[in-house]
Design a protein around this ligand. Structure first.
Ligand code: HEC
Ligand SMILES: [Cu+2]
Length: 480
């Protein structure tokens, strides 16, 4: 342990009340004096996905952190709200950046309009509870404690007030980075991404204000697994951005409370991973584990333009529960690295005759009423469409158009049949948004196509058409 080289008194003032508070401090110094703590500064705290600027100091200082706990209703998904408990007004909590050897003077302030007490356990703290007992604050209270950031690394912090799991599930987690002496090598972009699960009484996409479900939390069976606090927080306009040739560093955390993340970026290979955010660096990694209450630092260069999906590769979480983000890379194509699709044709291993699908497909059920058609169509939708167009037909902003309330769908049923029979290559405009993606031809029978379209038309304020297998057959013939 370091000894006090010099003691001092500091005077702090709090808000408008200007209540002076005397703190007995200590400047530590080693025998050679290199890591003596000099001066003091206010920490820059950022909301995800932003990260505070790198530290340029070459010596430790006293860093003052002011963090406020706030309970507020926020967006969980389109049409779905949740009462989040936060460090700093958003999920995840604000990013804190200090340097190895810094003395951190931590003030935790619980807003007067909070309903419950909170505290903070920072995994960067060496000391009982990581600061939890020292920081326990009832609504309208503030608490101060001091710690020295002894070990470099990226650390999770979280609330540890009982019931701990509930405070974390409600959003009370974030990251604190303790930069090593000398810092990290410079990169073009640093981003903050943190996964967590939300346990709602209603199922995925069920509208309205959702309550916390203790039952689902105990069963470790969330309906939502999200990056940065909500479904879609990192897609479309909110996607992470970069240019071809740039180098990116992601500070990835996992608040849990229960699930381990298999963090992956589709179409990229991590050049470097600081394994579990510690000092061991692995190279050329496809997917890295981020434990609940743990973190990882990943770095990679982007060599080609396009949209790259950030996912938890426990893949139903990505496409069905929300754990999906996006990195949009702009710049010129580099065809030696990736060609895109350069040729297409029919593959006929047994000669020129028309091919049947292998297994000759079980006969799909024949619907005899509209209700039956809708019910059968729902099954087709769940098996073939939901991964892309999503449970409520809402699509994925910037990537997959909605089939819920889609003007494209409702304007022209023949065209809709064509899309499902033959697939579609963009660009198309749906409800004013342009999509330049592609939908595969799904090889469905006339009955399945009729059923799934009838189902879609019957849902989500769509036009209510019934599509018959005979119509599908006609379109199939005409567009063959
Ligand atoms: C692999 C992802 C994927 C799957 C699976 C998929 N789609 Fe699509 N779909 C798309 C994309 C992407 C587009 C837009 C294509 C473009 O940009 O031209 C689209 C467009 C559409 C459109 C027209 C645009 C709109 O939103 O109204 C309809 C209708 C549609 N899909 C229906 C379906 C149905 C029905 C199924 C299941 C039988 C299905 N899709 C399965 C990706 C998918
Ligand atoms: Cu709390």
């Amino acid at each position: 342990m370091k000894r006090c080289a010099r003691s001092y008194l500091s005077v702090l003032t709090f808000g408008a009340a200007s209540l002076p508070l005397l703190l007995l401090g200590c400047e530590s110094a080693s025998s050679d004096g290199d890591d003596a703590v000099f001066g003091s500064e206010q920490a820059v705290l950022t909301h995800a996905p932003d990260v505070p600027p790198p530290i340029t100091r070459d010596r430790p200082t006293r860093v003052v952190v002011n963090l406020e706990t706030q309970e507020l209703v926020g967006r969980l998904a389109d049409g779905v709200e949740y009462t989040f408990w936060t460090f700093g007004g958003e999920v995840p909590g604000r990013f804190i950046r200090v340097r190895e050897g810094d003395v951190v003077e931590f003030h935790l302030n619980n807003r007067p309009d909070s309903r419950v007490p909170h505290n903070i356990d920072l995994h960067a703290v060496t000391g009982p509870g990581g600061g939890a007992a020292a920081s326990f604050v009832a609504p309208g209270q503030t608490a101060t404690f001091v710690f020295t950031a002894l070990n470099p690394g990226l650390y999770v912090y979280h609330c540890a007030t009982a019931p701990v799991g509930m405070h974390i599930a409600n959003g009370m987690y974030g990251l604190i980075l303790v930069e090593p002496e000398g810092g990290f090598p410079p990169v073009d972009h640093e981003y903050y991404v943190m996964q967590g699960e939300i346990y709602t009484t209603g199922g995925y996409g069920e509208e309205g204000l959702q309550n916390f479900s203790m039952e689902k939390a105990l069963a470790e069976s969330p309906d939502y697994v999200v990056f940065n606090g909500s479904v879609g927080s990192l897609v479309g306009d909110n996607a992470l951005k970069a240019q071809v040739g740039e180098r990116i560093r992601l500070f990835v955390g996992n608040g849990g409370p229960n699930l381990v993340s298999s963090f992956h970026v589709i179409g990229e290979i991590f050049d470097l991973v600081y394994h579990e955010a510690g000092s061991t660096v692995s190279e050329n990694v496809q997917t890295t584990l981020v434990p609940a209450g743990g973190a990882a630092i990943v770095e990679f260069e982007v060599q080609v333009p396009g949209n790259f999906l950030l996912v938890d590769h426990a893949i139903f979480r990505a496409f069905n529960k929300g754990a999906l983000g996006m990195l949009t890379v702009a710049g010129p194509e580099v065809s030696l690295v990736y060609s895109g699709r350069i040729a297409e044709g029919v593959y006929l291993p047994e000669g020129g005759a028309v091919q049947a699908m292998p297994g000759a497909q079980a006969q799909p059920p024949r619907a005899s009423t509209t209700e039956e058609r809708v019910a059968f169509g729902q099954r087709v939708y769940t098996q073939n469409c939901v991964a892309c167009h999503q449970a409520e037909g809402q699509g994925i902003p910037g990537a997959i158009p909605p089939v819920a309330g889609s003007d494209f769908l409702n304007a022209d049923r023949t065209r809709a049949i064509e899309v499902v029979v033959n697939g579609l290559e963009g660009p198309i405009t749906v409800n004013g948004d342009t999509f330049t993606s592609s939908m595969p031809s799904l090889q469905l029978s006339d009955h399945d196509v009729a059923n799934v379209l009838t189902y879609i038309y019957s849902q989500w304020d769509n036009a209510g058409f019934e599509v018959l297998p005979q119509e599908v057959s006609v379109v199939r013939e005409q567009t063959r």
